[in-house]
Write a protein that binds this ligand. Structure first.
Ligand SMILES: Cc1ncc(C[n+]2csc(CCOP(=O)(O)OP(=O)(O)O)c2C)c(N)n1
Ligand SMILES: [Mg+2]
Length: 348
């Protein structure tokens, strides 16, 4: 049996972290660690429940937690989120209640979409998290359209358009970045390059050296960031968000990460991933990297770590219990929320 993979250490002194994150850096890191622990717990439980047939489908975001938590924390309440496949955690960090998300995963009667959307495709109106589209790339141009509306209305906020490396080959990527730059709208493009689009490695996706480099063709800034380093991810998102807002002017951030799980519950990566992938990914595990840095700096005592684990396990368990005690939507609800009754407000 091989031992645990060595972790690529985060390359900072605590003074450097303070310089990048600001005065409240310690509280920020403890908060981020709590969210990442919750995300890991949720991904593990949901993948197991899917295998037991209790949840229909699940797509984990294991390995992408640093970007998602950083985006949730760096965004403002007035911002809008147009997610790709793996940004559900952004909704939770922005305040969408975990039990509501778990009701959605179980497609039960308390799912805001009443079971009409595939599990793991939540909609979270309360935090301006737009219903996720499985059609790769469509959300990119939708984010641009929303950002254009913000500009026209002189409204506050930034639209975050999330997508994966595979989506950079979609037409919407081209149309979206082009229109955003020409129109000068407040949209922040966040590409999480987890190096796979199901079975296609990013090296077969594009001949470009980096995905961030594609921004130059459209006349907007593109920056590549280590997406397994929470400190770098948070600083990049916070700073880009404020430049995008001030412009208004779009930017592209590419976060390099490692997909640590199958593409989804319908995938078997053993058929296509090279043997060394899992250990490479483990060395760049964003949760382990933050955890070990915090432990060395004395920020993460065994007691703090245990508390984070206990809290995550309890909240996930309680949300699952509540979902399992909730009936499926009744068939008659199929026609509810489809047409707005005159004078009514849609529920979703
Ligand atoms: C237009 C379109 N083509 C193909 C698919 C099938 N499909 C689903 S996910 C996926 C790969 C997406 O890869 P990437 O953008 O890197 O996101 P990741 O899954 O890695 O987060 C594909 C090809 C789809 N959903 N939509
Ligand atoms: Mg990908």
């Amino acid at each position: 049996m091989s031992g645990p993979a060595a972790i690529e250490p985060l390359p900072y002194t605590s003074a450097e972290v303070e310089a990048r994150l600001g005065r409240d850096w310690e509280a920020l890191l403890v908060r981020a660690y709590g969210w990442m622990t919750l995300a890991r717990t949720l991904d593990a439980r949901m993948q197991a429940l899917q295998r037991q047939g209790r949840v229909g489908f699940y797509g984990a975001a294991t390995g992408q937690e640093a970007v998602n938590v950083a985006a949730g924390l760096a965004s403002a309440p007035e911002d809008w989120v147009f997610p790709g496949l793996r940004e559900q955690l952004v909704a939770l960090v922005r305040g969408h209640p975990l039990p509501v998300y778990v009701h959605h995963l179980f497609a039960d009667d308390k799912d805001p979409a009443r079971g009409r959307n595939m599990p793991c495709h939540p909609t979270a109106r309360d935090v301006r998290y737009v219903s996720m589209s499985s059609v790769i790339g469509t959300q990119i141009s939708q984010a641009v359209g929303l950002a254009y509306a913000l500009k026209q209305k002189r409204a506050a906020g930034v639209a975050f358009g999330f997508f994966g490396d595979g989506a950079t080959s979609a037409n919407d990527f081209h149309a979206g970045l082009n229109f955003a730059a020409v129109l000068g709208v407040p949209v922040l493009f966040v590409c999480t390059n987890n190096q796979w689009a199901i079975s296609i490695p990013v090296t077969h996706q594009t001949a470009a050296a980096t995905l961030a480099g594609k921004a130059a063709a459209y006349g907007l800034p593109g920056t590549r960031v280590d997406g397994t380093d929470f400190v770098a991810a948070y600083a990049a998102l916070r700073d880009a968000r404020s430049r995008v807002r001030a412009g208004p002017a779009p930017e592209l951030l590419e976060f390099v990460t490692y997909r640590m799980t199958p593409h989804s519950s319908s995938d078997d990566p053993k058929r296509y991933q090279p043997g060394g992938w899992a250990s490479d990914a483990a060395r760049h595990d964003p949760v382990a990297r933050l955890e070990s840095w915090m432990a060395v700096e004395g920020l993460l005592t065994p007691a703090v770590r245990e508390e984070a684990t206990r809290t995550a396990e309890r909240s996930v368990r309680e949300a699952i219990e509540a979902a399992e005690a909730t009936p499926a939507p009744i068939p008659a609800s199929l026609t509810e929320d489809v047409y707005a009754a005159r004078g009514s407000t849609p529920r979703v």
